[in-house]
Design a protein around this ligand. Structure first.
Ligand code: EPU
Length: 341
């Protein structure tokens, strides 16, 4: 029997530790639970919200008059063909992402190690094509299985179907709210394939390792992330709050004249990516608080709940940052976090 909980505080399901009560909440352990929960939401004619690890979500303090499905589907399987240098690893959507990364690096499978220590679940990763230290999940992604909320059929999405971009996918755009991701399959390499071009990662590895394996890289990434990013258990947060903006060459040249030390990366598209962390720091916000919300002192891209912050506290701080960055640099920052008003 499906266990439907009533009036559940969503703050306990988000890494920001913010969010009002959900009228109904189901912790789904298998596909049948998800299907049943969707049917119930349809019967009751209430909106649905799907949560994984709640690590990229800012939810309003208002009560949610709908049904929340917490995706708890577990399991990791692998397929290794004889004489192949690759292995296919399939994980259910409710697996903790970092547990999957560890599972692969402990076996010395290459491909996910740069994405270590990112909070959240496997099912949430493709939605925003998570990325760090020069890698994104699209680099090793093969396919995913997802449930169509409308007709409850399963569909396989291959790489070409997902429209992966920088922190985006079809599941955040055209198909937003239409599918529930059930499992994700990655193709990993059995041969060493380190991607160490990201400066700080290269430095960390050079310091410590001679014969490098995937687990060494995972540990180096974990160490860097721990030194820069706040632990959600201590200070609620959802990782980078904003995306790094991409601007035209023209716009960039003008900015560089005014701010010669601006940090940037040229993109293959011809656009220029400017780190939002740098813009926010130069706008004077690094390590500063506004009420109970604050900007992390080690990484200006992270907005934190200093304890007891409300949805509006975070909104007010981030709106203020957006305005001030716009005034100073003419660039409009956009949130990377999924905001549920
Ligand atoms: N910077 C500053 N001040 C700051 C922060 C950064 O000047 O307070 C400058 C740095 O000096 C550096 C540049 O900005 O030149 C980039 O900084 P960093 O390497 O810390 O990465 P990021 O661009 O700020 C992105 C991702 C992170 C990911 C890191 C590492 C986005 C929105 N964020 O941050 O992802 O961990 O790269 O690859 O793309 C997340 O998405 O939640 C997340 C944490």
């Amino acid at each position: 029997m499906l266990n439907i909980q009533n009036n559940v505080k969503l703050a306990t399901y988000t890494t920001f530790s913010i969010g009002g009560k959900a009228k109904y909440l189901v912790e789904a352990e298998n596909l049948a639970d998800i299907r049943q929960a969707v049917e119930i939401a349809k019967d009751k004619e209430v909106p649905l919200l799907i949560i994984g690890g709640g690590s990229n979500l800012l939810i309003s303090d208002r009560d949610f008059e709908g049904l929340v499905i917490v995706n708890k589907l577990k399991g990791i399987k692998e397929i290794r063909e004889r004489n192949s240098n690759e292995v296919l690893v399939t994980a259910k959507a409710g697996e903790v992402w970092d547990d999957l990364v560890k599972y692969t690096t402990k076996r010395n499978y290459w491909g996910l190690e740069n994405l270590a220590y990112i909070p959240g679940t496997v099912g949430a990763c493709p939605v925003q094509n998570i990325g760090a230290y020069g890698r994104e999940i699209k680099d090793t992604f093969v396919s995913l299985e997802a449930l169509n909320i409308e007709d409850l059929t399963l569909r396989t999405f291959y790489l070409k179907d997902c429209n992966f971009g920088y922190r985006s996918s079809i599941f955040k755009e055209g198909l937003k709210g239409k599918y529930i991701i059930v499992s994700v399959t990655f193709k990993l390499s059995l041969l060493p394939a380190p991607a160490l071009d990201y400066g700080s990662l290269q430095e960390e590895i050079n310091k410590e390792v001679v014969n490098i394996n995937a687990e060494d890289v995972r540990l180096a990434v974990e160490k860097i992330r721990k030194s820069k990013l706040p632990e959600p258990k201590e200070f609620g947060n959802a990782g980078s709050f904003f995306k790094n903006p991409e601007i035209s060459q023209e716009e960039f040249e003008k900015l560089k004249e005014k701010f010669p030390d601006i940090k940037y990366y040229d993109l293959p598209s011809g656009l220029v990516k400017v780190p939002a962390g740098w813009l926010i720091e130069r706008a004077g916000w690094k390590g500063k608080d506004l009420g109970l919300a604050g900007v992390w002192h080690q990484q200006a891209l992270i907005v934190v709940n200093k304890g007891g912050a409300s949805f509006n506290d975070i909104k007010f701080l981030t709106k203020t940052i957006i305005c001030e960055v716009k005034d100073k640099f003419g660039i409009e920052l956009t949130p990377e976090v999924n905001i549920i008003e």
